[in-house]
Structures are given as structure tokens and as C-alpha cells.
Design a protein around this ligand. Structure first.
Ligand SMILES: [Zn+2]
Length: 408
């Protein structure tokens, strides 16, 4: 294990910081990722990796770097270089596109989500490329676009290339979304749908005579549905139901005949869209019994590519080789076993690999303010992440020493 420790120690914190600063200083708001991809490709080319720009359409590129060293498993590191927009610039204490360091914190848009992490993985690949004696098989770094939107041009596209045989099928994937250096082996699912409430229009003056106000019924439904769900799963935490949109009403003096609410439901392992809808119907059917004229229907929601807005909860077993390797690597690097990351995480590209049957684990840096003003990453956590990536790779792809009798 001391060799492993030696390799992990070769990670250069100054290099990780330099790469983080470089990526943060290149704006890459989702939809405009090209310049950041070109910068990442320029870092990867000197390592000797085969660097490809892979794109469904030219203006939405991804960078895939492949290091190949004989037959063996394929370990993929995956991170996204796109960010959400900076929001109101007045709320930022420094320019969101100018990395600004205060103490151990590096501020900037995407510093945490997830350019710092991409920099840590880039440097891990630089180091592993220089030491092919330490591993066998293939190491791949995927830097993708479009994670903050649908993933259609990013990880989804790369998985289609795997399905088509144009990229090797990953044996394991390590995703670098920020996780406070904790290990996340599972994600909640997400299910978005709408409920339409139907009333009966009339003049406000006769509202109490023959009107049925759809906004009133929708409001009763919102109050009944929007509550804490207390079931708990030890690998993904609590489910969530949140009513995030409401639309209804047309005219100031007309009782509304229609109101539509949009529901975002996060599902824990053991739940699916059928069980979630059954639960909603039970609540609404109870209201219908109490309120004459209460009528609703559930509407399906699809994204702009026609996909259902549903992704089931997903997990990689905690005893999978990649989960165990990341845990062991973190322990070697920090001297302590990592914690599990369980509560309140959103959906990442990691789920797309699990839906494809590929074992995937998330492990990334610490910081705060993702998708908000004054986002920052804790710089020392990036060094730990890079070291853990190096050590986990060697654990998973350890080279087979030739045996004495000449066999390989
Ligand atoms: Zn992210």
C-alpha cells in the first residue's frame, strides 16, 4: 500500500488550483460550453491520451480522453463543465467569472459545481498518464456539457455512443459532483407531473350561485399534498413532494374554470411513479368526498425531446468494487473512513449510467453555494479528491506483475 500512498502524494495542489482557476475564468453557462471544452482538451493532449471532441451537434461538444494500457477493465471519470447562469450579478461579492481566493475558498461560478472537481480529475489523469506501470486497462475522462439541462447533448449522448459500440462500455464510473468528500452510491428518483383542476366559470357576482372555483380546489389540493414525507431510506434519505408551479384564472371578474399545478416528486428506493401517483390520488379522492364539484385529472409531462419526466431512484450496491475502492482510497489519503452521503441530493448524470446497468459512485469536493451567488469550493478538498481518484484507480486497475515463470 505504500506505493499507492506514494502515487497519491504526487498530486500537486498548486496544479489542481491552477486548473480550477483556468476553468472558472472561462464562462460555460449551459448551451455555451465550447471554449471550456477546448481549454480542457488542450490540457489533456500533452498527457498522451487520445482526446476526442464528441458532439451530437457541433455547438454542444464533450471531451473524452482515453488512456489505454493493455487489456483490462475500463474506469471512467465523469464531470460536467457547464454551469447554470450567474443570476443577479449584484448578489455576487466578486465577478462570477473571475476566480477569487479568500483563505481556503475559491469563489466563482462553477467552482463547486463542478469545475474544481473537473480540475482535480484532470490532474489525476495527468498523473496516471505519466505512470502506466501502476495500472492496466483503460482510464477515461469524460467532460460533458448539458448536465444542468437535460443531459441530451452530454452524458446521454456518450451513453448512446457506448450502446452503438463507438465507445467502450465502462466497467465502473466515478462521478465528481460535489459530495463534501463523502461517498454517494445512490440517488433519489425524480418524477414531474401536473394536476388539472376543473371548475365552472361564472360572473363573480354569481360565484356563490353557480360557480365552482378551480383555483380554490387547487389550493386545497396544494395544502393537502405539500407536506413532509417521513418514510426514510438509509441510502437516499427522505422523499420529497413540492408543488412548484400554479397556473389558473383568466379575467378579474370571472370565476376560473381551470387551474393546473406542477408537482416535483423525489422518490426514494422502493418508490416508483405508480406508487407516487397512487398516494396523490388517495389524498385527492379524500378531498373529493368532502367537497362537492371537486374534479381533477393527472397530466403527463414530457421534456422537449419527448421523454417522460421520470427517472427512477437508483443505486450501486455498497459492496461493489468501485464503491469499495473509493472508500478505501479516501481512507488511505485522509486516514479516516469516509462518511456516506445520504440526504438531500438532486439528480446527477450518475443515474444515466446506473440506468444502463453500469456501477457508478459519486465522490467530490466540499464547498457551498452551487446554483447561487458567491459559490465557492474548499481548495484543500480538491487535493484530497485528486489523491483519492489516483489511489482508487490504482486499486481498481492494479497492474499484474509478470510471474517468475514468464506468464503475464
Ligand atoms: Zn453539477
Amino acid at each position: 500500500m505504500s506505493t499507492l500512498q506514494n502515487f497519491a502524494d504526487r498530486v500537486r495542489p498548486d496544479r489542481v488550483l491552477e486548473l480550477t482557476r483556468r476553468l472558472v475564468s472561462i464562462p460555460s453557462v449551459v448551451g455555451n460550453e465550447t471554449a471550456a471544452m477546448e481549454a480542457a482538451a488542450a490540457v489533456l493532449k500533452p498527457t498522451g491520451a487520445t482526446v476526442s471532441i464528441l458532439a451530437r451537434t457541433p455547438e454542444r461538444p464533450n471531451v473524452v480522453a482515453r488512456l489505454q494500457n493493455g487489456p483490462g477493465p475500463c474506469l471512467v471519470f465523469n464531470g460536467h463543465l457547464d454551469t447554470v447562469p450567474p443570476g443577479n450579478p449584484e448578489l455576487w461579492e466578486s465577478d462570477p467569472f473571475q476566480p477569487a481566493q479568500r483563505g481556503d475558498r475559491l469563489f466563482g461560478l462553477g467552482a463547486l459545481d463542478m469545475k474544481g472537481s473537473c480540475a482535480a480529475m484532470l490532474h489525476a489523469v495527468e498523473l496516471l498518464a505519466a505512470h502506466p506501470e501502476a495500472w492496466r486497462g483503460e482510464i477515461q475522462l469524460q467532460l460533458v456539457c448539458d448536465e444542468e439541462d437535460s443531459g441530451h447533448h452530454g452524458t446521454r449522448y456518450l451513453i448512446e455512443l457506448v450502446q452503438a459500440g463507438a465507445l467502450p462500455r465502462p466497467t465502473w464510473v466515478i462521478g465528481g459532483e460535489y459530495s463534501d468528500l463523502r461517498v454517494m452510491n445512490a440517488e433519489r428518483g425524480s418524477f414531474k407531473f401536473q394536476i388539472r383542476f376543473e371548475g365552472r366559470s361564472t360572473h363573480t357576482a354569481t360565484a356563490r350561485v353557480d360557480g365552482v372555483n378551480a383555483i380554490r380546489h387547487a389550493s386545497m389540493a396544494v395544502l393537502a399534498l405539500e407536506r413532509d414525507l417521513t418514510r426514510y431510506h438509509p441510502e437516499v434519505g427522505f422523499p420529497v413532494i413540492s408543488i412548484n408551479k400554479i397556473e389558473g384564472g383568466k379575467h378579474l371578474s370571472q370565476v376560473p374554470s381551470e387551474c393546473v399545478i406542477t408537482v416535483d416528486r423525489r422518490l426514494i428506493l422502493g418508490e416508483d411513479k405508480t406508487s407516487a401517483l397512487d398516494e396523490v390520488r388517495r389524498t385527492l379522492d379524500r378531498l373529493a368526498q368532502e367537497m362537492p364539484g371537486f374534479a381533477y385529472e393527472i397530466l403527463e409531462l414530457r421534456d422537449s425531446f419527448g421523454r417522460e419526466r421520470y427517472g427512477p431512484p437508483n443505486a450501486t450496491p455498497r459492496d461493489s468494487a468501485v464503491v469499495k475502492a473509493v472508500r478505501e482510497a479516501h481512507r488511505l489519503v485522509t486516514g479516516a473512513a469516509p462518511e456516506w452521503f445520504v440526504d438531500w441530493f438532486g439528480a446527477s448524470d450518475g443515474r444515466l449510467f446506473r440506468y444502463e446497468g453500469i456501477e457508478m459512485v459519486t465522490y467530490g469536493p466540499s464547498g457551498r453555494g452551487a446554483h447561487a451567488a458567491n459559490e465557492y469550493v474548499e481548495v484543500p478538498s480538491l487535493t484530497v479528491q485528486a489523491r483519492t481518484c489516483v489511489a482508487a484507480t490504482i486499486l481498481l486497475l492494479q497492474s499484474q506483475e509478470p510471474s517468475k515463470d514468464g506468464g503475464a
